[in-house]
Design a protein around this ligand. Sequence first.
Ligand SMILES: [Zn+2]
Length: 116
Amino acid sequence: MSKLKQEDEKEKPKEGLVDGGHVIIKCSNCNKPLVDVLIVKPNEKKSDGTPFIWKCVAECCYCSDKSFITEIKGIFRAAGFIVEDKENSEHYTEITNLDDIVIDEDNILFKTSRRK
Ligand SMILES: [Zn+2]
């Protein structure tokens, strides 16, 4: 009798850098994409063992309204929103700069401007 291969049921090892995916923060009023957030360490914890959970709001550079509050977990990198669709140059109009990030405890405010 041949042995059946034993499947390893161990949990997959977690890498230090996890691509937690992109979160696009959009304006609650005009629905334009404002900030592109890339979550790089979704399971990162603070020194006291609690997870990072940020309540993020972006100021809209198109209509001066704001996004809804978006909760983001872990360590992230944020950038302006860029659509690079070379076949449709219209898409270049929806480009934002991330000018400033204001952090107040767990609250984060992204300030954006239009890139022209
Ligand atoms: Zn807006």
